[in-house]
Structures are given as C-alpha cells and as structure tokens.
Design a binder for this molecule. Structure first.
Ligand code: HEC
Length: 190
C-alpha cells in the first residue's frame, strides 16, 4: 500500500509542477527562438505519426496529370508561395517570420506521399502557421494543387515562371464569374 501512496504523491507533485510551470511565464513562446530540442522532437514526432496515420484513409485520385498540375499552379502561387516560397523565390515577410518555418515544398514533395501532402493541405497543422485549406476549399479544388506539388521537385525558377504564364486564367481563384457559374465549387469563401 505504501508504494501506491508514494506513487500517488509523486504524481500529484509532478502535475502541480507542470501546472505551476505553465502559469509561471518562464517558457518563451516568442516566435524568434525555436522550441527546445525536447519540445521540437515531441512535436515533430507526434505530427509526423499523426499525418502518416490519417493519410492512409485517403483515396488518391489520378493526379499525375500535367493539365491538373497546370490548373493548380495559380492556386499554389496565391495560396502557398508567400509562406513556403517558390522555385528561385524566398517566402515573403509573413513566411520569413514563421516559427516553425514553412518548409520548401519541393523537398516535402520528395519525402511525402500524395495522400500525406493532401491531408496536410486540407487539414493544416495545429499551433503552426499551416492553415486548414479544407475549411474554405473542396477536395476538387485542392487536388490540382497537389498535382502541381508533385511536379515541384523538377521545376527551376524559369520553368516555374513560364508555367505560371501559360496557366494564366486557370485555377479557381482566376475564374471569371461566368466560368464559375458552370462549376459547382461548393461553399468556399474568398
Ligand atoms: C501562413 C503560412 C502558410 C501558408 C499560406 C501555407 N502554409 Fe503550408 N506550412 C506552413 C508551416 C509553418 C508549415 C510547417 C508546419 C510544421 O512545422 O509542422 C507548413 C507545412 C506544410 C506541409 C508539410 C510539409 C512537411 O515537409 O512536413 C505541406 C504539405 C504544406 N504546408 C502545404 C501547403 C500548401 C499546399 C499551401 C497552399 C495551399 C500551404 N501549405 C500554405 C505555413 C503555411
């Protein structure tokens, strides 16, 4: 019995210490300094495992398609490049101030499956700057962006800018009201 009493007291003291630390203001939440290595490890391990597990349930449609990628580049430019940067281009001021930083998606596209890229794009990542685009965009609007992301590792800055020019007018942000009427884009807001 004594051992249980000691365990219970240790647990209560431990919990009080955690609550006390949370209230103390000692932890630096500033985005200027990175998390400590222990917190970084805990968050990134939790995040990777969570994404991997949830992405397994996603049915990946045909996405290795140049036309679909062309339809996605304009949305990548207007929705993602400010934080993540684009070939030959750094992120904008907003992206440069983020902590954790928004990674270069050309690298992410080499390491992550299409289902994982889609899951993160749709659902976002808590307590980071990564938004849940699925709150405002249907799956049919996000898959073209994923189709574009998988081509990203092969694009240098010239190829990227040329592709942007040839895609002018494509992507759901670019559609005229008349074209938008012909497509059912759900209830997303802009
Ligand atoms: C406001 C800034 C911001 C915008 C805009 C943004 N992201 Fe992110 N994104 C982030 C941050 C920050 C992370 C890193 C989160 C972390 O460390 O877990 C991230 C992570 C990701 C990841 C995971 C990458 C990896 O290697 O783990 C993917 C995929 C991603 N974003 C896709 C997108 C796409 C696609 C768009 C546009 C539709 C977009 N993001 C727009 C901030 C942003």
């Amino acid at each position: 019995m004594k051992i249980f009493a000691i365990l219970a007291i240790t647990l209560v003291v431990g919990l009080l210490a955690v609550v006390g630390f949370a209230h103390s203001g000692l932890y630096d939440v500033s985005a200027n300094s990175p998390h400590s290595s222990l917190v970084s490890w805990l968050l990134s391990t939790t995040s990777h495992a969570s994404i991997e597990r949830r992405a397994k349930a996603i049915e990946v449609p045909r996405h290795k398609d140049n036309t679909l990628a062309l339809a996605g580049i304009g949305d990548f430019e207007s929705m993602c490049a400010a934080c993540h940067g684009a070939p030959g281009r750094d992120p904008e001021a907003m992206g440069l101030g983020l902590n954790p930083p928004a990674p270069d998606l050309a690298e992410s596209a080499k390491e992550m499956t299409a289902a994982e890229l889609f899951w993160v794009t749709k659902n976002g990542i808590k307590m980071t700057g990564m938004p849940a685009w699925g709150k405002t965009h249907g799956d049919d609007e996000l898959w073209p962006v994923i189709a574009f992301l998988v081509t990203l590792p092969e694009l240098d800055s010239d190829a990227y800018e040329a592709m942007l020019v040839s895609a002018a007018g494509m992507g759901h942000h670019e559609e005229s009201a008349a074209q938008a009427d012909q497509h059912d884009h759900g209830t997303h807001e802009h």
